[in-house]
Design a protein around this ligand. Structure first.
Ligand SMILES: *[C@@H]1O[C@H](CO)[C@@H](O)[C@H](O)[C@H]1NC(C)=O
Ligand SMILES: *[C@@H]1O[C@H](CO)[C@@H](O)[C@H](O)[C@H]1NC(C)=O
Ligand SMILES: *[C@@H]1O[C@H](CO)[C@@H](O)[C@H](O)[C@H]1NC(C)=O
Length: 525
């Protein structure tokens, strides 16, 4: 036997013994200068090895950079003494602890599901393993529209066949649920090592419950909280949970309405949405949904309020959670990122956390390409990845407990979307070629989702950059005791850094120009 073959056989035997599969590198494809995606198809996809921490005294780094690295793994030695490198110095302090982390994920919309199913089954498996498995970025959260969203192929609710069906006799899940999204969910669960938490959210309701008498378009419920229209709407939401439990699917949380306010200002006429004022939602919780949920089999499902942009946060939370009768039913606040650039986190996130420290805040929807003048799908756009990771860092540093992206996968146009509200996604499916593209957004998200599991807590990370600091950072302590620091460098220069953990010493490294890095280390075996 040739030496090379012998090594090959030895390698295979070792692989078999450890059960490990070697990671596969990204196959790059460029759609312009620096606009790089990783291409996957039926026979190939880039993968990662399960995270294995080096011994105490060493650290692990993953790097994604404009220069072309994609979650590239490397190791280094932690030194007991400070070296000669100057630059930014951080101090990691796990004794100062902030919010608990719930996790990271995306939305299994009808559009996402139909795009995934247009691939060959081998390519589908690569896609879902990219998101959910240890080979990928290990999402643990999944947002789930209740009936149609705009990212569907048609407008519908679960009770369109009868009028004034207050007993919900004609209620039934749609083929989009039973043929597309539920079968896919079983495969996500099978691929995932972590338990998935599902968050359901309705866009619209049956036309007969709405002032417009139509399921599509912007309208609001007939009647008022406490009457048969609002009561039926509460029972409809619980019926949705009942029907899903027949498939052994339980939800971790339900938001009572996707964007109860923002669609009012959107120029899209048929956008499916129920308008609620914070006062109406408060009274709906007190009179209808709260008691109905509490009396149902789903009393452990967390109720989320708002599910809309940050600008509405102080008013909305004060009206809903500021009322004790409503607050007793509410566990959390859902937030969408769309106006974040013009609404500072201090007076919104920070202020609301201080007022209601026991109510979690969770980002429930974000995407790029949503402005009317934006390029919708912009393949390989690095800045869109940076926008994701820097938004996540800011929010995590202001008591947000997790971040959910919008559609898991879209087509080359940024759809399908029956009101043509096309946007971008971390994964774009090109079904004509039976391939899909993992964009920079995918890897930026992975720097959090893969390494900061549910139950981690954010901890203090102080630095010597007081005035202007070119890096953004956040630090965490995982349930397994592992320390995590995420650093984002959106500068044209490499930056040398040191991270001091008093228990082990100094990590000294270089954060490359235009990159994001996740550092991990442990301090006891
Ligand atoms: C799939 O991708 C691999 C790696 O880029 C390539 O070698 C192979 O030809 C592709 N298969 C098809 C059917 O395009
Ligand atoms: C749900 O779980 C039960 C008990 O494990 C099992 O008998 C049943 O077949 C499952 N149903 C579905 C639709 O998966
Ligand atoms: C809470 O809301 C209910 C229903 O609108 C109202 O009757 C009650 O006065 C409110 N309580 C407080 C403390 O604001």
């Amino acid at each position: 036997m040739q030496t090379r073959e012998a090594f090959g056989v030895l390698f295979l035997i070792l692989q078999g013994m450890t059960g490990a599969r070697a990671s596969q590198p990204c196959i790059p494809k460029f759609f312009g200068k620096n606009a790089m995606v990783c291409v996957c198809n039926a026979t190939y996809c880039d993968t990662l090895d399960p995270v294995s921490l080096p011994d105490v005294g060493n650290y692990l780094t993953y790097t994604t950079s404009l220069a072309g690295q994609r979650l590239e793994r490397s190791e280094g030695k932690i030194s007991p003494k400070r070296g000669v490198l100057s630059g930014l110095s951080y101090t990691y302090n796990p004794d100062v602890q902030y919010q608990r982390i719930k996790g990271f994920g995306g939305a299994n919309t009808d559009a996402a599901a139909v795009n995934i199913m247009k691939l060959s089954s081998a390519a589908q498996n690569h896609l879902l393993r990219s998101y959910f498995s240890e080979e990928g970025i290990e999402y643990n959260l999944l947002r789930w529209p209740i009936a149609c969203s705009d990212f569907s192929m048609r407008p519908y609710s679960y009770d369109d066949r009868c009028r004034d069906d207050f007993e919900l006799k004609c209620f039934s899940l749609a083929p989009e649920d039973t043929k597309l999204r539920i079968p896919l969910l079983y495969r996500f669960m099978a691929a995932s090592k972590r338990p998935l938490s599902l968050i359901a959210s309705p866009w619209t309701s049956p036309g007969w419950l709405r002032v417009s008498n139509k399921v599509q378009g912007k309208s609001w419920l007939k009647g008022k909280p406490g009457d048969r229209y609002f009561d039926t709407w509460a029972r409809y939401l619980i019926r949705f949970l009942d029907e899903y439990s027949k498939y052994n699917i339980t939800f971790w949380a339900i938001s009572s309405q996707n964007e109860p306010f923002t669609p009012t200002f959107m120029p899209i006429k048929d956008f499916p949405s129920n308008y609620f004022s914070p006062q109406t939602q408060r009274d709906f919780f007190i009179k209808d949904l709260g008691p109905a949920l509490a009396a149902s089999f789903h009393r452990n499902v967390h109720l989320i309020t708002l599910d809309d942009t940050r600008v509405l946060l102080p008013t909305w939370a004060n009206v809903v959670i500021g009322n004790h009768s409503a607050a007793k039913f509410v566990s959390g606040i859902g937030i969408h990122w769309y106006v974040d650039p013009v609404v500072p986190p201090g007076p919104t996130l920070e202020a609301i956390h201080r007022l209601y420290p026991n109510v979690f805040m969770l980002y429930t929807e974000s995407c790029n390409g949503f402005l009317p003048w934006d390029v919708k799908v912009d393949l390989g756009n690095w800045k869109r990845g940076v926008a994701y990771s820097r938004n996540i860092l800011t929010n995590l540093n202001h008591f947000v407990s997790g971040w959910i992206d919008w559609n898991l996968a879209l087509d080359m146009e940024g759809g399908p979307n029956w009101v043509e509200n096309f946007v971008d996604s971390p994964i774009i499916v090109n079904h004509l070629k039976d391939e899909f593209y993992k964009q920079p957004m995918f890897y930026h998200l992975g720097h959090f989702s893969k390494f900061i599991p549910e139950g981690s807590v954010r901890v203090a990370l102080s630095s010597n950059c007081f005035i202007s600091c070119q890096l953004k950072s956040a630090a965490f302590l995982r349930p397994d005791g592992v320390a995590v620091v995420v650093l984002s460098n959106d500068w044209s220069l490499d930056v040398t850094i040191s991270i001091l953990d008093n228990r082990v010493g100094y990590i000294e490294d270089r954060v490359p120009a235009y990159s994001i890095q996740t550092y991990l280390w442990r301090w006891h075996p």
